[in-house]
Design a protein around this ligand. Structure first.
Ligand code: EAX
Length: 331
C-alpha cells in the first residue's frame, strides 16, 4: 500500500513538473500594434519577435494595421488578456493612467539625448511602474518621435496661424487640451485618419515625420511645420497578471528582448528622420523648418496648472520629469 502511495505521489509530481515546464514552452504571445508594416511600432514589434523566438520556444503573433481596432481598443484587449502585449503610442495611455500626460508635456525634451537619459533613468522607470495601477506591465519605451503639425488651410509660422483649424488629435486627454490651448479646434480620433483628411472632415493632424511619409499624408496635406511640440514615446507593455504568472526566467527574457528591440527601434527612427524630411519635400509639401516656437511655448506655459496635471501623483511625476531634465541641463 505504502509503496503504491509513494509511486502514485511521484507519478503525480512528475505530471505536475511536466505540466509546469511545458505550460509556456511554445506558447503563442499575441502582440498588438495599430500601425502597418514599415511603421515605427512594427519595427519594434518585429525586432522583439525575432529576438524572443531566437532565444526561446515562444511564438509571437503580431496583429497590426488596425486589425484589433484603435490603440485605445488594443489597450483594453491587453487589460482583458485577450492580447498579451502591445507597442502603443503614449498618448492614448493617459486616459487609463493620468501620469502618462507627463511624457507628453509640451516642449519637455530638447532632443533625443535628453529623451534617452530621462526615460531610461529613474523618472522613466517610475512611470513604467505607475502603469501597474491599470494592470499593465511597462517593459520599455520605444518611440514614435517628435510630433510636427501638418494642415491644409495655411502655412503655420506662429501660434496665431493655428487659430480655429480643425485638427485630429489622439484619443488622449493631454493632446486635446494642448490643441485647445493653442487655439485650434481638436477632435480626438483613433488611427488611421487618411480618409478623414482626404474628405475634409478635418484640416490638420500632427505626427512624426515617418508617419506623414509612410501613411502618404503628403497626398492630402499641403503644409508642414516642424513644431516638435510633443515627444511621442511608445510604451511597450504586457498584461500585468499574465506577465507575473510567467516563470521568473521568462519574465527576464521577455523584458530584455523588448528593451533591446526598443533601443534598436529608436536608432532606426533617428537614422531615418532626415531622409523622411527630404522625401516629404520632394513629394511637394511646403515645409516651414523654423516656425516661431516661442509663440507656441508662451501659449502653453500655464499648462501644468490645469486640471489635467492636478492630483498629487501626477504632480509628483511631473516634478520627477522636470527635475530630471533640469539635471541634464545642469540647472
Ligand atoms: O503612430 O495616432 C497617432 O497619431 C499615432 O501617432 C499613430 O498611430 C502613428
Amino acid at each position: 500500500m505504502k509503496i503504491w502511495a509513494k509511486r502514485l505521489a511521484l507519478f503525480c509530481m512528475g505530471l505536475m513538473l511536466l505540466g509546469g515546464s511545458s505550460a509556456w514552452a511554445g506558447a503563442t504571445i499575441k502582440l498588438g500594434v495599430v500601425t502597418k508594416p514599415g511603421s515605427a511600432q512594427n519595427v519594434c514589434a518585429e525586432k522583439f519577435k525575432e529576438l524572443l523566438e531566437a532565444r526561446s520556444d515562444y511564438q509571437v503573433k503580431i496583429y497590426h494595421s488596425a486589425s484589433l481596432g484603435t490603440e485605445t481598443q488594443i489597450l483594453q484587449q491587453i487589460q482583458m488578456n485577450t492580447v498579451q502585449m502591445g507597442v502603443i503610442t503614449a498618448g492614448p495611455f493617459d486616459v487609463f493612467i493620468p501620469e502618462v500626460r507627463v511624457i507628453n508635456y509640451p516642449f519637455l525634451f530638447a532632443d533625443a539625448r535628453e529623451v534617452d537619459q530621462v526615460l531610461d533613468g529613474p523618472a522613466g522607470q517610475k512611470l513604467l511602474k505607475a502603469l501597474e495601477k491599470a494592470r499593465f506591465k511597462g517593459l520599455a519605451f520605444s518611440e514614435n518621435g517628435f510630433r510636427h503639425l501638418t494642415n491644409n488651410v495655411r502655412p503655420v509660422h506662429t501660434v496665431d496661424d493655428v487659430k480655429g483649424i480643425k485638427i485630429r488629435v489622439m484619443e488622449s486627454v493631454l493632446h486635446k487640451e494642448l490643441w485647445r490651448l493653442l487655439g485650434a479646434n481638436p477632435t480626438p480620433m483613433g488611427w488611421p485618419i487618411y480618409t478623414e483628411l482626404q474628405q475634409g472632415t478635418i484640416d490638420a493632424q500632427e505626427n512624426p515625420l515617418w508617419v506623414i511619409w509612410t501613411y502618404k499624408l503628403y497626398e492630402v496635406q499641403k503644409y508642414l511645420s516642424l513644431t516638435g511640440h510633443v515627444y511621442s514615446a511608445h510604451i511597450d507593455v504586457a498584461n500585468l497578471d499574465w506577465f507575473n504568472g510567467l516563470p521568473a526566467a521568462d519574465q527576464e527574457l521577455i523584458q530584455r528582448c523588448m528593451q533591446e528591440a526598443a533601443l534598436y527601434q529608436r536608432q532606426w527612427n533617428r537614422d531615418n528622420e532626415a531622409d523622411f524630411l527630404s522625401k516629404l519635400k520632394a513629394a511637394g509639401m511646403q515645409v516651414n523648418e523654423h516656425p516661431d516656437l516661442a509663440t507656441f511655448r508662451a501659449r502653453v506655459s500655464d499648462i501644468r496648472n490645469l486640471d489635467i496635471y492636478a492630483g498629487s501623483e501626477v504632480q509628483a511625476m511631473l516634478e520627477a520629469f522636470l527635475d530630471a531634465v533640469r539635471q541634464i541641463r545642469g540647472q
